[in-house]
Write a protein that binds this ligand. Structure first.
Ligand SMILES: Nc1nc2c(ncn2[C@@H]2O[C@H](COP(=O)(O)OP(=O)(O)OP(=O)(O)O)[C@@H](O)[C@H]2O)c(=O)[nH]1
Ligand SMILES: [Mg+2]
Length: 309
């Protein structure tokens, strides 16, 4: 994207304003009235629901704004700020950093449906942890496609970290078993395991993922120490079924929302926070290594309603 603003916040804000149901645009109409009354708050609640926030979170946010007892016209900036604060309050509980210092090697299994941004996210995480001076290894657990292995190797080269891989078509569980054994012996601090994308309703592929987890536990009963589900922020309601399915099968411990710089449906993140309460560790706002940011509830809420950082 050549017209993308330079800062990560700018890319986030631009992405969140780009989708058809963007909240920031709809707000001008809702808060533009002379009186802020019950009807306005009803309209706001409808707008929040239409912007993918979900019925429960939308009701909670509207109720919080009703407490303001605004009488006459409220300046747009004040209304947006109050809304951002109410949204941030819903998101605050899931703003939880990923602590990779509790075990060694700390095994991160990255899962999700096809094309959400798993491999890219691993590359970004590797870059981040390397910059912190940690020893990192990547595991090319997507053994289905040669291109997937090459993609991870390219990230490994860029980040300056080794990639443990086998030829395409190999058994992913066997590779993962050897990789963790090797990482333990080498004293690696962080092991990032890539997996093939799989639809949450494909039982055989999901069973294969469960097998990867079982095999990791044979080497280290506590592994994987984090199971991160990468979601594509341009996805709508299907994200809910992705979270439910992966959570039930491989005990997802946290979420990463990628592609928030695209035509992102950011309201979804709020619905997921309300429904599942899973930590949101990072957001992706671009394709480059530096485009992974720790999730910040306040910043996200402000960008979503169209305010500046
Ligand atoms: N704009 C943008 N693009 C992203 C982001 N994260 C990933 N992508 C792009 O999305 C595409 C898919 O990313 P991958 O990392 O290959 O996704 P994946 O989940 O590993 O895909 P599979 O292995 O095929 O399931 C690539 O073109 C990435 O560059 C992001 O945060 N923003
Ligand atoms: Mg991949």
């Amino acid at each position: 994207m050549t017209d993308a603003p330079a800062s990560w916040f700018g890319r986030l804000k631009a992405g969140l304003s780009r989708s058809a149901g963007a909240l920031s645009q709809g707000l001008a109409g809702v808060f533009g009235k002379a009186q802020v009354d019950a009807a306005t708050l009803h309209d706001l609640e409808e707008l929040l629901i239409a912007s993918d926030l979900g019925v429960q979170a939308s009701a909670r946010i509207a109720a919080k704004l009703a407490e303001k007892r605004w009488g006459a016209h409220v300046p747009a900036g004040e209304a947006r700020t109050a809304l951002a604060d109410a949204i941030a309050a819903v998101l605050q509980p899931v703003e939880l950093p990923l602590d990779i210092t509790t075990h060694q090697p700390f095994v991160v299994l990255v899962v999700g449906v096809n094309g959400t941004g798993k491999t890219t996210t691993i590359g970004k995480l590797a870059t981040r942890y390397r910059a912190e001076g940690r020893s990192v290894s990547l595991v090319a657990g997507d053994t289905f496609r040669a291109a997937a292995i090459e993609q991870l190797k390219a990230w490994g080269t860029r980040a300056g970290v080794p990639v443990i891989a086998r030829e395409a078509g190999s058994d992913a569980s066997g590779l993962v078993f050897d990789a963790l054994t090797q990482a333990k012996a080498a004293g690696t601090e962080v092991l990032l395991v890539d997996t093939a994308g799989r639809l949450q309703n494909k039982a055989d592929l999901m069973a294969e993922l469960a097998k990867i987890v079982r095999v990791l536990k044979k080497v280290d009963a506590g592994a994987p120490h984090a199971v991160l589900l990468v979601l594509d922020a341009t996805t709508g309601q299907n994200a809910r079924s992705q979270v439910a399915a992966f959570r039930d099968l491989v005990q997802v411990t946290g979420l990463i929302m990628a592609k928030l710089d695209g035509t992102a449906r950011g309201g979804m993140l709020i619905a997921l926070a309300e429904e599942f309460g899973l930590p949101i560790h990072f957001i992706g706002v671009g394709e480059k290594a530096e485009d992974l940011q720790p999730f910040n509830a306040q910043a996200f809420a402000r960008a979503l309603v169209g305010l500046d950082a």
